[in-house]
Design a protein around this ligand. Structure first.
Ligand code: GAR
Length: 207
């Protein structure tokens, strides 16, 4: 059993999920993805989990009386699998206290803009339409706001005048696929400290 156990939540294509799977395999890290939680039973991310032999908890939110009700089910699954870190990777739903309270400081999200600019849906399109010259990627702890939690890491992406929206999306995704795994490694190594809104990343130990 790996010593650091991850659950990924995703709603769509799952390219970030795949990048994390590939990273763990390539680096032979002592981490494992123990569960995929997906709110869209037909999503491509589920195929990716099946190929990688990762258990899936898929659910239809409409079949539950409330958000709290399905989140309680999810918490049960997380506890059964003794999850250390929840990684939201394109999970397009707000989470409530049912999840945030037991997992505050142990749940992270990736967002395709330099927060607090362009929170919410279609952040890449929002930045492109607005005409900013610099956008980027943010990885943050999750609270119960929309993309509002304490920031762990950010990386900027320049928007060239010649960039199409599609080119910008590709550039952002490349950065996402690299930095999300880096942050997961930092947390697994115990190097990320959270104090109120400030996050400190301790230097890597040299053997
Ligand atoms: C990613 O770009 C991620 O940053 C974004 O959804 C995409 C999922 O892509 N998340 C948000 O906008 C959260 N507010 P993927 O399914 O290919 O990983």
């Amino acid at each position: 059993m790996s010593s650091f156990r991850i659950a990924v939540f995703a709603s769509g294509s799952g390219s970030n999920f795949q990048a994390i799977i590939d990273h763990i395999q390539e680096k032979k890290l002592d981490l494992s993805i123990e569960l995929l939680v997906c709110d869209k039973p037909g999503a491509k991310v589920i195929e990716r989990a099946e190929i990688a032999n990762i258990p899936v908890f898929a659910f239809r939110p409409k079949e539950y009386v409330s958000r709290e009700a399905y989140e309680q089910e999810i918490v049960k699954e997380l506890q059964k699998k003794q999850i250390d870190l929840i990684v939201l990777a394109g999970y397009m739903r707000l989470v409530t206290d049912t999840l945030v309270k037991p997992y505050y400081g142990k749940m992270i999200n990736i967002h395709p803009s330099l927060l607090p600019s362009f929170p919410g849906l279609d952040a890449i399109g929002q930045a492109y339409e607005y005409g900013v010259k610099v956008t980027g990627v943010t990885v943050h702890f999750v609270d119960n706001g929309m993309d509002t939690g304490p920031i762990i890491n950010q990386e900027s992406v320049i928007i060239e005048e010649s960039d199409t929206l599609e080119q910008l999306e590709n550039n952002i995704h490349k950065v996402e696929h690299r930095i999300y795994s880096e942050v997961i490694d930092w947390i697994a190594e115990g190097r990320v400290q959270l104090q109120d809104r400030k996050v400190n990343v301790l230097p890597q130990k040299v053997n």
